[in-house]
Design a protein. Sequence first.
Length: 536
Amino acid sequence: MTAALIYLALMAFLPLLYSTAKSVSREKLGDRIFLKTVAKDYLRTFPTLGLVALPLVLFPSAAKAYLIVLHLVFAWMLFGDLWHVHLFGARAGINTWYSMFVTTRGEIAEYIRNNMTPGQWLLIGFVYLAPVAAIALGLPPLALGPARWPLAAGCALLAVPLVRNCFKKGARHKPAYMLNPFVSVFYHYFLYTRRYRVLLKQIAAHAAPPFAGIVSKLPPGTPQTYVICIGESANRQHHGYAGYARDTNEFTRALGDVIGFTGVRSQYAQTLPSLEKTITFATDAAPELLYKKGSIVDYFKDAGFKTFWLSNQYALGEEGDTAITAMAGHADESKCFNFSAMKGFESASSGLDGTLIPELEKRLADPAEKKVIFLHMIGSHSAYVNRYPASFKHFTDDPPGRAHLAAAAKELLNTYDDSIRYTDWVIAEFVKRLRARGSTDAEYLLYFSDHGEDCFDTTDDKILGHGPIANEPMTSVPLQIWVSDRLKALRPDLVRRMAQPKAAYRLEDLIHLAIDLASLDNPDFRPEKSLFGGAV
Ligand SMILES: [Zn+2]
């Protein structure tokens, strides 16, 4: 019995103990508040322990089977939690677990490749399975004797706050939190799949009501062309415009009128969870708006725009429908240009974002008076070296401040910066195509990345890439805007406000920025959620 209880206590308390020792928040919070928070976390774990130990005490004859199932189901989460503490000094939060469900197989494989050696995987496999053997062979039958009922009563008593919480009105998230890490992952998976099924059905059926009462602040009959470029895995810290020592933005800089913004952060470090919020009205606080309201594509359609969605991303469509492909499907024209990786033939000469330049040109020639063109780029997704043509190999010296890295790491970092620079060239070419029209259209181009990337930014020996866990390099994103002279002339207020961007901006509010730039308005638009301050 003692061994079984020690095992359960270890599972419950190990991530807590480790995070207490490694916590990064101690300095931020100060000793007193830190210790108070930690004490609360420990106290919260006891009800979980009581609940999990209860079946063990009630049915001692099934103890071995119970412990083995418990271990197989939950131990991987324990590892995940410990790994998270090891890397980031804090436990994996709900957002981290949530992100795991919405990631694609490709992203998981990439994360594993970047972060672990085969030896580490073997070791983890051994550590994962060894307790199963130990329980099966080594655990003697539980003999509780007369202690059984008092023990059961003790466990049940411990579990009371937890069970009570489950039935408390308006506190549905709490039981999951309190059970963390034992059950919260599955609880959230259940919520997620239920929500996702509804979502895909709703989007496919165009179930969300149309956006009502959209008005334009531009004079009636003004031709309008807007281009929204969604980048991939670009970390703002690697952008020259944001202070990086390498000139990775030489092409947009040379244009002279592309404005770069600092202070923009994504909340997630994966494409799907990030974009689900970015291109809809959904936020962390109101996730249901993902399917209860239309997306940015629907908004522009309801405002009378012809909509185009041109994608150079293969990962999203590859694994069946996602919210993003479903939303893109609402566009008047939705087309994907990158099939190389799907067939396993990815190489440096296929699937480049430059493919989108002539495609954009074609859509710009479309006679529709009002149009919006979404360009979903592959950006700096690994493998970085495949994201730019050989002629764009540029950085070969030591990366700034990283002269101490191993040669292979330096080379990888150089390819990452090359991919950022190539993206900058592509963006500059898009802008040039818009400029070349010399038209009287109100036009803007908005570029941002779905999330960042950690390419030797926080550790010297590994690329953390991007994934369920998110740190600063993975959430710092570039955002650049170009506005046509015609739009500037029509909206002097916008030009003034663009000079006063917010110091910190969450990507989940981006839909309001896109609407603000497009001079549109309706009750769904919240001017205070735009990137720019000042009166609207
Ligand atoms: Zn992404």
